[in-house]
Design a protein around this ligand. Structure first.
Ligand SMILES: [Zn+2]
Length: 84
């Protein structure tokens, strides 16, 4: 694996469906504190509920924690697609 290119994450539908429900607030995997789950940007008439994030005030970073209300941390696979 190279550190150049475009990073990606992938999840199978079965993998998401079998994941535990995401709690709200979410216990942070970094600082162990609790942060409110935030939906991805609003689209159309209401909030998009596909992706959930937490903003950690200890690290100042935002983390993807959920897909469709399921806790996907530690699941899926990822890597880097080399740039052409
Ligand atoms: Zn945190």
């Amino acid at each position: 694996m190279t550190d150049k290119g475009t990073p990606y994450m992938s999840f199978g539908n079965d993998e998401i469906n079998s994941a535990p429900d995401l709690t709200d607030p979410v216990q942070c995997h970094v600082c162990k504190g609790h942060h409110p789950a935030q939906p991805s940007e609003t689209r159309g008439d209401g909030p998009a509920t596909v992706l959930q994030f937490i903003a950690c005030d200890k690290t100042g970073k935002t983390y993807l924690v959920g897909i469709n209300g399921k806790d996907i941390r530690g699941r899926g696979s990822g890597g880097t697609v080399p740039d052409e």
